[in-house]
Write a protein that binds this ligand. Structure first.
Ligand code: NAD
Ligand code: DAU
Length: 354
C-alpha cells in the first residue's frame, strides 16, 4: 500500500481517486483537513475498502510513526502543503509550519521507518515529494522554459517554503540515501479545486454575477495542466522515475490570465447561452511580487518515462466546467464560511486600483 498526504485537497484527492480506479493497491490518506481539505472531494471513494482516511498533521511525529509502523507503506506521496500564493502573502506563518517544518518532520519519520525496513523493501521504497514550478522564480517573455537544472529563485513566501522543502528532500537523498523523487509541476486546473485559485474562482464569480478580478494587466503567463495529467505524471515518476531525480511536469499550454478568463467566459457562454460573461471582467490591484511568467520544459519526463499530457487546454477546460456545473452542491459547500472571509480579506484591499 501507499501513504498519501494531503489527499483531501485538490490534486491529492484527484490522485487518490485515480489510484483507486486504476489498480488494486490500497491507499492510506493522511490529511489535516485545513480550509483546503474537504472530505467531499473523496465522495467517490466512500465505502471503498482500499481507501483509509486519517485526519492528522504531517508535523505530528508520533502519529506518523504509528501509521508507518501499522500500515508499512511501500511509498509515501507528499501532497500536503499550504498552497495558495495570496494567502502566503497575507500570512506566511502556516506556510513555514507545514511546508518547511512539517516536511522536515515527515522526512525524519520516513527516514527512520525506511532505515529499519528489510533490505529488499528498503531498496524498492520511494518518497515522492510533489512540488511546484514556482521555485524557479519568474521568466521574461523570451526566456527558455524552466528545466530541472534551472537555478531556484523563489519569489513568494509560498514558493520559498516549497523550495525549502525541495532542498530538504534533496539533502535526505544525498546525505542519508533516502530513495526520493521530486516533481515540479505547473498550474493545475480541474474538478475539486478550491475556488480561491484562478479557474474555479472565475467560474464561481461568473455564474453568480460577480466581477471577475484580474490582477494587474492580466498579462502574467502560466502553463496550464489538467489535474488528471498531473496525476498520471506522478504515477509514472513513482513507477519508473530514477531515485534522487527531479522531474518537471507541464502542459505545453502557456496562456496569459486574460486568455484563460476569456476562454472560460467563451466556454461557459456556450454551455449557458445568453450571457456575455466577459462583461464581468474587472482589473484590480496586482499581487505583490507577482511572477510574470512560468513555462515548463518537460523533455525529461517525456523522454525518460514516456509521459505526455492527454488533455489540451480546451478539452481540459470543457471537462472542468462540466464538472463544476454538475456539482453545484460541492461549490455551495466550499463557498460558505471560511471561503467568504477569505474573499472579503483578499479582494477588499484590491478595490479601486487597476
Ligand atoms: P490544496 O491546498 O488544494 O490541498 C492541500 C491539502 O493538504 C489539503 O487537503 C490540506 O488539508 C492538506 N494539508 C495542509 N496542511 C497539512 C498538514 N500540516 N498536514 C496534513 N495535511 C495538510 O493544494 P493542491 O493544489 O492540491 O496542491 C497539492 C500539492 O501540489 C502542494 O504541495 C502544492 O504545492 C503542489 N502543487 C500544486 C499546484 C497547483 O496548481 N495547485 C501545482 C504544482 C504543485
Ligand atoms: O505554478 C504552480 C502553482 O500554481 C502552484 O504551486 C500553486 O499551489 C497554485 O496556487 C498556482 O499558483 P498561482 O499563483 O499561479 O495560481 P493562482 O490560481 O492563484 O493564480 C493564477 C494567476 O492568476 C496568477 O498570475 C494570479 C492571477 N489571478 C489569480 C486570482 C486568484 C488573478 O488575476 N485574479 C485572481 O483573483
Amino acid at each position: 500500500m501507499i501513504l498519501v498526504t494531503g489527499g483531501a485537497g485538490f490534486i491529492g484527492a484527484n490522485f487518490v481517486l485515480d489510484w483507486l480506479a486504476s489498480g488494486d493497491e490500497p491507499v492510506l490518506n493522511l490529511d489535516k483537513l485545513t480550509y483546503a481539505g474537504n472530505l467531499g472531494n473523496l465522495a467517490d471513494a466512500a465505502g471503498n475498502p482500499r481507501h483509509q482516511f486519517v485526519r492528522g498533521d504531517i508535523g505530528d511525529r508520533e502519529l506518523l510513526r504509528r501509521l508507518l509502523a501499522e500500515h508499512r507503506p511501500r511509498a509515501v506521496v507528499n501532497f500536503a502543503a499550504e498552497s495558495h500564493v495570496d494567502r502566503s502573502i497575507h500570512g506566511p506563518g502556516d506556510f513555514i509550519q507545514t511546508n518547511v517544518v512539517g516536511s522536515f518532520n515527515l522526512l525524519e519519520e520516513v527516514r527512520a521507518y525506511w532505515g529499519a525496513l528489510p533490505e529488499g523493501e528498503r531498496e524498492s521504497f520511494r518518497f515522492l515529494h510533489v512540488s511546484t514550478d514556482e521555485v524557479y522564480g519568474s521568466l521574461g517573455a523570451a526566456d527558455p522554459a524552466f528545466c530541472e537544472t534551472t537555478a531556484y529563485a523563489p519569489n513568494s513566501p509560498y514558493s520559498a517554503s516549497k523550495a525549502a522543502s525541495d532542498h530538504l528532500v534533496r539533502a535526505y537523498h544525498h546525505t542519508y540515501g533516502l530513495p526520493t523523487l521530486t516533481t515540479n509541476c505547473s498550474n493545475n486546473y480541474g474538478p475539486r479545486q478550491f475556488p480561491e485559485k484562478l479557474v474555479p474562482l472565475m467560474f464561481h464569480h461568473a455564474i453568480t454575477g460577480k466581477p471577475l478580478p484580474i490582477y494587474g494587466d492580466g498579462k502574467n503567463v502560466r502553463d496550464w495542466l489538467y489535474v488528471g495529467d498531473h496525476c498520471s505524471a506522478i504515477r509514472a515518476v513513482l513507477d519508473r522515475g530514477r531515485v534522487g531525480e527531479t522531474y518537471n511536469i507541464g502542459g505545453k499550454s502557456e496562456k496569459t490570465n486574460l486568455e484563460v478568463v476569456h476562454a472560460l467566459c467563451a466556454a461557459l457562454g456556450e454551455l449557458r447561452p445568453g450571457i456575455d460573461y466577459t462583461r464581468q471582467i474587472s482589473f484590480v490591484k496586482d499581487r505583490p511580487g507577482h511572477d510574470r511568467r512560468y513555462a515548463i520544459d518537460s523533455t525529461k519526463i517525456e523522454s525518460e518515462l514516456g509521459w505526455r499530457p492527454r488533455e489540451s487546454f480546451d478539452s481540459g477546460l470543457a471537462k472542468t466546467l462540466a464538472w463544476y456545473l454538475a456539482h453545484e452542491d460541492w461549490i455551495g459547500a466550499v463557498t460558505s464560511g471560511e471561503y467568504q472571509q477569505w474573499v472579503d480579506l483578499n479582494y477588499a484591499s484590491r478595490k479601486g486600483a487597476a
